[in-house]
Design a protein around this ligand. Structure first.
Ligand SMILES: *[C@@H]1O[C@H](CO)[C@@H](O)[C@H](O)[C@H]1NC(C)=O
Ligand SMILES: *[C@@H]1O[C@H](CO)[C@@H](O)[C@H](O)[C@H]1NC(C)=O
Ligand SMILES: *[C@@H]1O[C@H](CO)[C@@H](O)[C@H](O)[C@H]1NC(C)=O
Ligand SMILES: *[C@@H]1O[C@H](CO)[C@@H](O)[C@H](O)[C@H]1NC(C)=O
Ligand SMILES: *[C@@H]1O[C@H](CO)[C@@H](O)[C@H](O)[C@H]1NC(C)=O
Length: 669
């Protein structure tokens, strides 16, 4: 009797519990499809959350949240669990997503339900490489369970609609209205999963980590039943629809200004990451490969290069023949703010002197004649926003003078500013140290006694007199070139000593700035050095010398000799030989970059019999050093300059033996 009553009681209790449970989930929410995505979006009249974008891909729109805050789209669970706060024990989730290929171990949340105070996950729908997971807390005594569907292939960058239906211990997944995949769990879905004080986060798990990187078009919770029968079959199973937010369906032009305006991205869909699929459906899709910095478009079969952010040199193209008034020893390309790009050519003849050319309509045209005396080099510089040009006049007539010119804003021309006594000046270098402007001249030889062992002079700008004044003199031997460079807080000046009156096998000197003056840092043996070029590659400092000739006591001079690239060794604090490069009376090195690639071009001027030689372009290839990649026929090549304009990247060379200077265009791919 007792036992029967007990049984009855327990039966009644279970029945009551059952009724209560059934009643509770029935009562917690509506049994209509609950559009989680629509709910998370701003109401009409509200501003959209920043960085949430609408992206149209293959004709359908979705939301991209990858750039937005992880909490950009969220709402309190109490909004839908209005009567009580148990998550339904039976339900289905419908999601339409487009997911880029996911790296191994990468997990992205389509949505999550998070208990706010503890930050613990109540429920989550997550994609990873080829898998879909439903995470549930409190499903078993250990706390959390993960129901994983393998080989679902959602991360193939196409639209897919998934329906995940939960009934007791059964979890069924239907992708694109295909065959349902059923998993039976040991434990049924918890019948009393609390959503109290929880919040839905769309496209995230409330954190930056695990944010959804794809496009989200549909996210619906249907309590109480499996939505599959409502969706399938359909003509477009990838985009099967239960409920899609209005903004993703409405025409783009909003008739009423009340609707929030999302930044919109047109059909061109840009994918990041590793090489995505490219087949018919991806036609016209763009892929930005951040690693190689390439930009590609899918032609329906394969990815085609649109743009290599990192341009690569393809070939060098003849671009402009520039006939100067006489042979040109040096060209200096510079810009005058608000005027444009100019090139000063150092021409031999005194009449009409040297030419200043302006870049107009994609080529250099003569702009101003400047009277010079066997000009060997031009150097431009700015002081307090004023543009200057200084010429190295080499004509050996007393008095030997070089001239500084200043750009006159109103007259739009260079006018004489100051003259300085020089001795067969071959080069000027300008630099500034601690906001003081300096100029240094390479005095090659003194006319009155034909002496090469003389002083080269450093001048300092006096802001009060607006003139350059002598600051220091340094003894040089047939100085040909000065190069200034800085390494960290240290400032260096290197002189190319060519000839001491007897031999070209002499030392060229690198000076370092110490307590207000330049002092010898290192003497480097050179052979008729004519140029120093300094450059940096990946934090390494290099100095290249152009060796022009070896004068022999008996017999003719040697012109085909090595020029050397030195590297600064920060341990020994000295430049050590890095690479020897065979050159033919090298008179100039020019370093330049194209995209990420680094180049050196040498001016080969003479091989003992001819001036018609190839100048060689070398590309930096790391461990191999500089490797020849192009040979450019030149005649009496004296100087190379690299410059860039809106029209592209160029090289110009001047000839010391003919009136023809040439501009080349660097074709890239
Ligand atoms: C540039 O070239 C175009 C046609 O080639 C010509 O019409 C225009 O006048 C030129 N502009 C200048 C500043 O020379
Ligand atoms: C420069 O000098 C040449 C030769 O005397 C002359 O033909 C040309 O017109 C001059 N150009 C300018 C811009 O002064
Ligand atoms: C540099 O010197 C100029 C005057 O020659 C002065 O106007 C400017 O303020 C100085 N700048 C700094 C950073 O000292
Ligand atoms: C040269 O310039 C430096 C830096 O302005 C200064 O300290 C030094 O006194 C100057 N030397 C001479 C001799 O003028
Ligand atoms: C140039 O340098 C290389 C390598 O250091 C050497 O083998 C070669 O003999 C040198 N050539 C000349 C002409 O000095």
């Amino acid at each position: 009797m007792l036992s029967r009553r007990c049984l009855l009681l327990s039966l009644m209790l279970s029945l009551m519990l059952l009724i209560n449970t059934v009643h509770s989930w029935r009562a917690c929410t509506d049994l209509l499809p609950l559009d989680l995505l629509e709910r998370a979006l701003p109401r009409p009249g509200q501003a959209p959350p920043p960085q949430v974008q609408i992206v149209q891909s293959k004709g359908s729109r979705g939301l991209r949240l990858a750039g937005a805050m992880a909490t950009a789209l969220s709402f309190s669970a109490s909004q839908i669990f209005s009567n009580c706060d148990f998550f339904p024990a039976e339900f289905s989730l419908v999601a339409t997503v487009q997911t880029p290929r996911l790296r191994q171990k990468r997990n992205e949340y389509i949505f999550s339900l998070v208990e706010e105070a503890s930050d613990s996950l109540v429920l989550g729908l997550r994609v990873s490489e080829n898998r879909l997971h439903l995470l549930v807390s409190g499903a078993n005594p250990e706390g959390r369970s993960r129901i994983s569907f393998k080989d679902v292939g959602l991360d193939d960058n196409r639209w897919h609609t998934v329906v995940l239906a939960v009934t007791g211990p059964y979890v069924t997944l239907t992708v694109d209205c295909g065959l349902p995949l059923e998993l039976k769990q040991v434990q049924s879905f918890p019948s009393s999963l609390s959503t109290r004080d929880s919040r839905f986060f769309i496209g995230s798990r409330k954190r930056l980590r695990g944010r959804f990187s794809g496009l989200l078009r549909q996210l619906v919770l249907l309590p109480g039943s499996d939505a599959t029968s409502r969706l399938c079959p359909t003509s477009d199973p990838r985009l099967a629809e239960l409920s899609v937010p209005r903004v993703l369906k409405a025409p783009l032009i909003q008739p009423d200004q009340l609707a929030p305006e999302f930044p919109y991205e047109a059909e061109a869909r840009v994918t990041l990451g590793t090489r995505p699929l490219c087949s018919e459906p991806e036609l016209g899709q763009l892929w930005l490969n951040a690693q190689s910095r390439g930009f590609f478009i899918c032609d329906g079969v394969r990815w085609r290069t649109l743009l290599h952010h990192q341009e690569r040199l393809d070939y060098v193209e003849d671009y402009q023949d520039l006939y100067t008034s006489s042979e040109t020893f040096d060209v200096e390309v510079f810009s005058v703010p608000s005027e444009g790009l100019f090139m000063a050519a150092a021409n031999r003849d005194s009449r009409p002197g040297s030419g200043l050319y302006k870049w107009r309509n994609g080529s250099f045209t003569l702009y101003q004649n400047i009277s010079t005396q066997e000009a060997r080099a031009w150097k431009h510089f700015s002081i307090d926003g004023k543009v200057f040009l200084v010429v190295a006049n080499s004509r050996e007539v007393e008095p030997e003078l070089s001239v500084i010119y200043r750009w006159h804003q109103r007259r739009r021309r260079f006018l004489r500013h100051q003259t300085l006594e020089t001795h067969s000046a071959l080069d000027w270098e300008s630099f500034s140290i601690h906001n003081h402007s300096f100029l240094v001249v390479a005095n090659h030889r003194r006319a009155r006694d034909s002496n090469h062992n003389i002083h080269s002079v450093i001048y300092r700008w006096n802001p009060n007199t607006q003139l350059f004044e002598v600051n220091q003199t340094l003894s040089t031997s047939g100085a040909y070139d000065w190069e200034f460079f800085s390494v960290g807080p240290y400032h260096f000046l290197a002189v190319a000593n060519t000839f001491d009156g007897r031999t070209t096998a002499i030392s060229s000197t690198v000076y370092v700035w110490l307590s207000g003056s330049f002092q010898i840092f290192q003497s480097i043996p050179t052979l008729g050095a004519t140029d120093w070029e300094t450059f940096q590659i990946d934090g390494r400092f290099f100095l290249a010398v152009a060796n022009s000739q070896k004068v022999c006591e008996r017999g003719p001079s040697l012109y085909s000799i090595n020029s050397t690239v030195y590297e600064l060794n920060t341990l020994t604090h000295s430049f050590i030989r890095f690479q020897d490069i065979l050159t033919h009376s090298a008179v100039d090195w020019e370093f330049f970059t194209v995209g990420e690639e680094k180049f050196l071009v040498v001016a080969n001027s003479h091989d003992g019999s001819s001036y018609s030689l190839n100048s060689v372009l070398y590309r930096w290839q790391g461990y191999e050093g500089f490797v020849p990649v192009h040979s450019l026929p030149t005649f009496g090549c004296r100087d190379w300059e690299h410059f860039s304009t809106d029209e592209g990247s160029f090289l110009v060379y001047s000839s010391a033996t003919s009136r023809l200077s040439k501009v080349f265009k660097l074709r890239t791919f």
